[in-house]
Design a protein around this ligand. Structure first.
Ligand code: MRU
Length: 368
């Protein structure tokens, strides 16, 4: 997608041909800054501290992190250490494990002196494939949106609600949940997006709103608790979100608060879609609530907020009284029964074991 009119990805190879550059997402929307990753340490820090975030981009950065590690130490021990350190950065998005497993499986059989080159080649392919998968999701999602819009009699405003940031900033390009929104906007469907602010880190207010602004998509930022109200008043035509891990049975784990939106959507008859590239499916997990590890990011993000101050500087403010404890589970699980459909690169299916196996018979059979 474009930043100030220039086509941009979230991660790319620097001019030196081996270090990697990223958009530092902790600085948006008030500062647009590029950060350079030159080592395994840099890649681990970028994922853990959320300079990069979003399930597909976490996977892509981990792949590049492993490539950087192979330049430092391409021995078997070096490969194992790099895998373990990257794997430990964030627990919920399964794309991290997917990318690391893919890389390790290809690198392990190679002699050490061939690993750095092969790792970089593969990391670049993973990034390119992510772009293609997300664009395909966008095309399938466009069909879903067009059908819903036409069924409603082509209203002047087609209201989409989304939570967190599942846009191009969460992937290498296009995004998952936002890809259909960009496609629909470009196709002339009068999309308007309700952007949940998405406390505690405000990925909706800071990242989704920034992206939509860059592409000229009409949108309104709302507090996290407003979605149900707008649904009750017929002001949401469809909800669409991304996911960090989808079970083989169609449960979806996404940013905290997604579950409440799905409940409100069910109560109000609003279709609730989840957009995902296949590396986000964890074929080993059947019960999302019981089995998916939920990241605990500590109380700091709940108690403090970063933003632009009246002085024009950016800074932190504390919103809780001293001494009040805070809890911060970063994700929740939306059971498959609340999901209208899963939009993948291969098409749309029901959120069920049968639906996913129907679209991905090769992968589901391999996992059994
Ligand atoms: O904590 P984050 O910002 O990494 O969480 C991101 C999300 O929850 C996204 O919705 C999810 O990764 C799907 S992104 C395409």
């Amino acid at each position: 997608m474009k930043v100030n009119g220039t086509p941009t990805r979230t991660i790319w190879l620097a001019e030196d041909g081996h270090t990697v550059e990223i958009i530092d997402q902790t600085r948006l929307p008030h500062h647009y800054e590029i950060a350079r990753l030159a080592s395994l340490d840099d890649a681990c820090r970028a994922i853990k501290d959320m300079l990069v975030r979003g399930a597909p981009l976490i996977g892509a950065t981990a792949a590049h992190g492993l490539a950087l590690a192979m330049r430092q130490d391409a021995s078997d021990d070096g490969l194992a250490t790099a895998y373990d350190r990257l794997f430990a950065t964030r627990p919920t998005a399964v794309n991290l494990r997917w990318a690391l497993d893919d890389m390790r499986q290809r690198l392990a059989p190679l002699p050490a002196d061939q690993r750095a080159g092969a790792a970089l080649d593969r990391a670049r392919v993973i990034c390119d494939e992510d772009v293609a998968l997300n664009e395909a999701i966008g095309n399938h999602g466009l069909t879903v949106f067009r059908t819903l819009w036409e069924r409603k009699g082509k209203p002047d405003r087609f209201n989409v609600l989304t939570h967190c940031n599942a846009g191009w900033l969460a992937t290498v390009d296009w995004g998952t949940a936002l890809a259909p929104i960009y496609k629909a906007h470009d196709a002339g469907i009068p999309v308007h997006v309700w952007v949940d602010e998405t406390r505690p880190r405000n990925q909706g207010a800071s990242l989704t709103a920034w992206e939509l602004n860059q592409h000229g998509v009409p949108h309104t930022v709302i507090v996290d608790n407003a979605g149900g109200h707008f649904m009750q008043h017929g002001m949401v035509d469809v909800c669409i979100v991304g996911t960090d891990r989808t079970t083989a049975t169609g449960d979806v784990c996404n940013k905290i608060g997604t579950y409440l939106k799905a409940l409100a959507a069910k109560d109000n008859g609003v279709p609730f879609y989840v957009a995902l590239p296949s590396p986000t499916i964890d074929w080993t997990v059947k019960d999302g609530v019981a089995e998916i590890p939920i990241e605990d990011r500590g109380p700091g993000e709940v108690c403090r907020l970063w933003g632009r101050l009246d002085s024009g500087d950016t800074g932190w403010v504390t919103v809780t009284p001293e001494g009040s404890p805070a809890a911060n589970p970063a994700f929740d699980v939306t059971p498959a029964r609340l999901v209208t459909g899963l939009i993948t690169e291969r098409g749309v299916c029901s959120a069920s074991a049968e639906g996913l196996a129907g679209l991905f018979p090769d992968r589901s059979a391999a996992a059994e």
